[in-house]
Write a protein that binds this ligand. Structure first.
Ligand SMILES: [Mg+2]
Length: 234
């Protein structure tokens, strides 16, 4: 799933961007009421970024809830509470999900007991472009040079790739430390007046690392295939 971040489909050129904006013009009224933000804006994706939902009980889960009378077993990404508490004094925080409120809200209420997340945006706030839910940061109305979006799906930020901070998809791994690493980066750049250069550098580094891991995995798969065929019966 994370190899999507290496897919050129999610890299739009200026022509694509113009087509997008033509299909989805900027709103007359922004999602966040106009005010001078003293803090930068941090937009967080929900599923596979903050938590993971299973519909059959996995061996370990943090709590159970339901949506449309269907049971859901929730695995919260490790260190989420610490992450939100660390981020809160320095960033305005929003969750932007392609899910519906009746799905996301009960879980958000449960994981954000300290109310660190000030804004919630849902599917109705997304735009569909090339069959992907796009989270258009310009609909928020916050200064783009101080707005970042963390998402495990590169399509979410394909219109604002320079503002996009990719994160590994969380599928329930109890040893996951991605939020601690993310905080390390956010802490480092929290006072930048223009966060874009460092965000681009971080995202490029993240993708290069992913690409190296992918190549290594492919090479070892080829190697084990070759050794299994060479040691087989003559
Ligand atoms: Mg997601």
């Amino acid at each position: 799933m994370d190899s999507m971040h290496l897919n050129p489909k999610f890299v739009l050129d200026s022509k694509d961007l113009a087509l997008y904006r033509e299909a989805h013009p900027l709103p007359a009224k922004f999602l966040i009421p106009a005010k001078t933000l003293s803090k930068p804006m941090l937009v967080l994706d929900f599923d596979e970024t903050l938590l993971h939902v299973e519909y059959k009980a996995p061996p370990n889960f943090d709590f159970q809830t339901e949506c449309d009378k269907r049971a859901m077993f929730v695995q919260v990404r490790p260190h989420l509470k610490t992450f939100l508490a660390k981020v809160k004094p320095h960033y305005e925080v929003a969750v932007f999900t392609a899910a519906q409120p009746n799905y996301a809200d009960p879980m958000l209420d449960r994981v954000d007991t300290e109310r660190c997340i000030q804004y919630r945006f849902y599917r109705q706030h997304c735009h569909v472009f090339r069959e992907v839910y796009v989270k258009d940061l310009e609909t928020l109305g916050t200064p783009l040079e101080r707005t970042l979006i963390v998402d495990n799906h590169p399509g979410s930020f394909m219109v604002h790739r320079n503002n996009g901070i990719p994160i590994k998809s969380y599928m329930g791994d109890s040893g996951d430390t991605a939020l601690l690493e993310l905080w390390g980066f956010l802490d480092e750049i929290k006072s930048e007046t223009d966060m874009i250069p460092k965000a681009v550098q971080y995202a490029n580094g993240w993708r290069e690392k992913l690409s190296r891991q992918k190549k290594k995995a492919e090479a070892s798969a080829t190697q084990s295939y070759e050794s299994s065929t060479s040691s087989g019966p003559q």
